[in-house]
Design a protein around this ligand. Structure first.
Ligand SMILES: Cc1cc2nc3c(=O)[nH]c(=O)nc-3n(C[C@H](O)[C@H](O)[C@H](O)COP(=O)(O)OP(=O)(O)OC[C@H]3O[C@@H](n4cnc5c(N)ncnc54)[C@H](O)[C@@H]3O)c2cc1C
Length: 500
């Protein structure tokens, strides 16, 4: 039979996306005789700002067989249990979006249904009190999950904050050790095959021409191959996602690092603080239609804890996605595939999903249309769900001022409108298949932003209210007890990861 196997893969770009792809492919394709090569330009630095992640990143790390303590030490990581939203719902308000599953149900009745009944009757505490992630984060504690059945410690869910440059370098070491050939070179041109318009080769500034069966475009916002060569097209989602600029600065740490990202709403967008072992990452994401760049820069510099460590860097982006992440023999990952915005730290996750799906539908040289189409539908759906979750944050606030008024007027997507209506009517939350954000995420953000249903699920009335009350009391005290037994986050890091 004719051998149609992929023999060579070229990855263009050595940022987070490029090295994540190189690391994952070097592991998954080991033994198949596929030549893997990564080309990165010394003239264009990686963007270097993706520093917060979501829990599935821990699966990525485990699947590569990387030692977590070693990684945390080398990339100066801290642990992340969720996101604290300050002044977001309205000035002076704070709520927490924790990672993790919701507390257990009672029979068929999910946690949110019985908690909501008691909340509406004034007999339940704040949502945060029933989440070990939320309470540990707010108390500055951290521990990894332990095998302690029927306790909240069993299901402790976390992600990382890390230094993006160090993360890429770590993965580079991993990939090179597994045979990935790295070329420092600037791609000038891509040549297409006359027969089918597939990318045949890329030509470097040195004149070297590099051909491959499959190209992975990790060249950042420009999308050198997916757009520059193949002109795939871009869907601009600015009509739903209002922010399109960022200013970023690193600063000295002014306190031991918190195990969560702090997000603070500002007049024309929002500011983040991501605490790392050696510094804080700070940024202000805003809408260019509502703020001048100079005032955004001044606002950021006026609101960081420690001394700035560098000059602030300004960036512009178009929230949206490439019309097809996989076109012919080019798969775009990372910023080349699209960028929504960093509020819920989903971009690195979308890279991870892109790699996972590429491996699931790994092609041969015929590039079956069914595989490519399905891949594109899955990626489109992932971007759309993240977009809807982000739009929930922007559209449902009580903040004053022109930017936030504009956000409230953004027409909701059909999917989000249904989600909000289902919740408003009886507190129901449905998680779509393979959706990144679990029920607790939707619940935390909706309740945190004052979407309180008027009625609870009628089936809760099948439960004895006394039993519900005791269950809630037990949950709250179990969470409290576990958090008290956890070490301070910074002590945990120092004990496990700061010395070799
Ligand atoms: C303000 C902001 C904040 C963000 N925060 C987060 C966050 O908290 N969490 C998160 O998950 N994501 C975040 N992201 C997204 C995250 O930064 C990216 O998803 C991630 O860094 C991947 O970038 P990349 O590798 O696709 O592109 P880049 O980092 O831009 O890398 C592009 C690579 O392509 C190479 N290249 C470009 N042109 C050529 C050429 N002609 N020849 C050869 N090589 C070339 C460059 O040298 C570079 O190596 C944020 C993004 C922004 C803008």
């Amino acid at each position: 039979m004719n051998d149609r196997r992929i023999r060579s893969v070229v990855i263009v770009g050595g940022g987070t996306a490029g090295w994540m792809a190189a690391a994952a492919l070097s592991r998954s394709l080991a033994g198949m005789g596929v030549r893997l090569r990564l080309i990165e330009s010394a003239r264009i630095d990686p963007i270097g700002v993706g520093e917060a992640t979501v829990p599935p990143i821990m699966d990525f790390i485990r699947q590569l067989g990387i030692d977590e303590d070693d990684l945390v030490r080398e990339i100066k990581a801290t642990y992340k249990l969720g996101i604290g939203y300050r002044d977001w719902t309205c000035a002076g308000h704070f709520y927490f979006h924790p990672f993790g599953p919701a507390a257990p149900g009672m029979g068929n009745i999910p946690f949110q249904a019985y908690w909501l009944k008691m909340l509406l009757e004034g007999k339940a505490g704040r949502l945060e009190e029933y989440s070990i992630q939320a309470m540990a984060a707010l108390r500055g504690r951290f521990a990894r999950p332990v095998h302690a059945p029927n306790t909240p410690l069993n299901k402790l869910t976390y992600a990382l904050h890390f230094d993006a440059g160090r993360f890429a370098r770590y993965l580079r070491g991993y990939a090179e050790a597994r045979g990935v050939l790295r070329t420092e070179g600037h791609v000038r041109h891509a040549a297409l095959r006359g027969s089918d318009g597939f990318v045949d080769s890329v030509t470097l500034e040195t004149g070297e021409s590099v051909s491959a069966d499959l190209f992975i475009d990790c060249s950042g916002f420009q999308g050198l191959l997916i757009e520059g060569a193949l002109q795939t097209g871009y869907q601009d989602w600015n009509q739903w996602l209002p922010c399109d600029r960022a200013v970023i600065v690193h600063s000295e740490r002014s306190a031991p690092p918190d195990p969560y990202t702090l997000v603070t709403a500002r007049d024309a967008g929002w500011q983040w603080r991501i605490p790392l072992q050696h510094r804080d990452g700070n940024g202000y994401i805003y809408s260019g239609a509502f703020s001048e760049d100079d005032s955004a820069r001044a606002l950021l510099l006026g609101n960081i804890g420690g001394r700035p460590l560098s000059e602030p860097v300004a960036l512009r982006f178009r929230p949206g996605r490439r019309k097809a992440a996989w076109n012919r023999n080019v798969v775009a990952l990372g910023l080349a595939a699209g960028f929504l915005e960093p509020l819920e730290a989903t971009s690195i996750h979308l890279i991870q999903r892109g790699i996972g799906m590429l491996l699931r539908f790994f092609p041969d040289r015929d590039f079956a249309a069914a595989d490519v189409d399905r891949y594109n539908r899955i990626i489109e759906s992932e971007f759309s769900r993240v977009r809807d979750f982000l739009l929930l944050h922007y559209s449902q606030t009580e903040r004053v001022g022109p930017f936030w008024r504009h956000c409230r007027d953004i027409p909701l997507t059909e999917g989000l409108r249904e989600k909000i209506e289902l919740f408003r009517s009886h507190g129901r939350i449905l998680r779509e298949e393979t959706e990144l954000f679990p029920v607790l995420s939707w619940l935390s953000v909706m309740v945190g932003q004052n979407i309180i249903p008027h009625r609870y699920d009628p089936l809760v009335d099948a439960l004895d209210p006394q039993r519900i009350q005791s269950r809630l009391d037990e949950l709250r005290s179990a969470v409290k007890g576990c958090v008290e037994a956890m070490p301070p986050h910074w002590d945990f890091i120092q004990n496990t990861a700061t010395s070799a």
